[in-house]
Design a protein around this ligand. Structure first.
Ligand code: 13P
Length: 251
């Protein structure tokens, strides 16, 4: 079912104690209420187990920001999808532009990670989006279509139905620049039309597609009011509990 989702991506911020404080603040701000959207926090790996335990029974769910592309074994420094699942996390962010750019993630790596996420019962939040040069050349649609064709459009319909997509224009990440509401809506509508072409209208209508890229408490109400924007993947503004709560309240 298509759900509204507000997901935080803490990236490499907050030590364990600070992360627990932040998660606890958010839990207290929600105060047992059921928000009008699914609330997810994407913490660093080492926070997952403690934060998942802390938010148990609340409306908050937990995501990893990545997982390994191998099942298990001699892969020093990696964290498997099974390990993520064992912490109590339910989601995994995959294909973030920072992973693609700084850690060389390719479509092939992402396909392996997607398969392991599904095999371990994690819900992927699959990220796509174009860099500035591509947007300036007005080639963003082809760029994003290719990212999808090479990865999640190769999934079975049954697996595809389980994931959420986040469109993050790289030029709007951490820059304070947001895509205009029209640019965001236009791209998310385009992605939904591609899903309809590939998997049919019903699946397209039921897929949650989020916008990410300097989404904040101020611009969230207008963004979330768009017909194809089902929520946000939030970086900087997810690091302050009051700001993140205000974004949740935009639904
Ligand atoms: P900002 O909200 O800080 O722009 O980050 C967006 C993002 O990359 C979320 O994954």
């Amino acid at each position: 079912m298509r759900k509204n989702i507000v997901a935080g991506n803490w990236k490499m911020n907050k030590n364990l104690q600070e992360g627990i404080v932040l998660a606890n603040e958010l839990k207290e701000l929600l105060n047992g209420a059921t928000p009008n959207c699914e609330v997810v926090i994407g913490t660093p790996f080492i926070h997952l187990a403690a934060v998942a335990e802390l938010v148990k029974g609340s409306a908050i769910k937990v995501a990893a920001q990545n997982c390994g592309d191998k099942e298990s074994g001699a892969y020093t420094g990696e964290v498997s999808a099974a390990m993520v699942k064992s912490t109590g996390a339910e989601f995994v962010i995959l294909g973030h532009s920072e992973r693609r750019e700084y850690y060389g993630e390719t479509s092939a790596t992402l396909n392996a990670k997607l398969a392991l996420a599904f095999a371990n019962g994690l819900t992927p939040i699959y990220c796509c989006g174009e860099p500035l040069a591509i947007r300036e050349a007005n080639a963003q649609n082809d760029f994003v279509k290719r990212q999808l064709d090479e990865t999640i459009f190769a999934l079975s319909a049954d697996d595809f139905k389980k994931l959420a997509i986040a469109y993050e224009p790289i030029w709007a990440i951490g820059t304070g620049v947001t895509a205009s509401t029209e640019q965001a809506q236009e791209m998310l509508a385009y992605i939904r039309s591609l899903i309809a072409d590939k998997f049919g209208k019903e699946i397209a209508e039921n897929t949650s597609i989020l916008y990410g890229g300097s989404c904040n408490a101020k611009n969230a109400p207008e963004l979330f009011a768009q017909p194809d924007i089902d929520g946000g993947l939030i970086g900087g503004a997810s690091l302050k509990s009051a700001d993140f709560k205000a974004i949740i309240d935009a639904f």
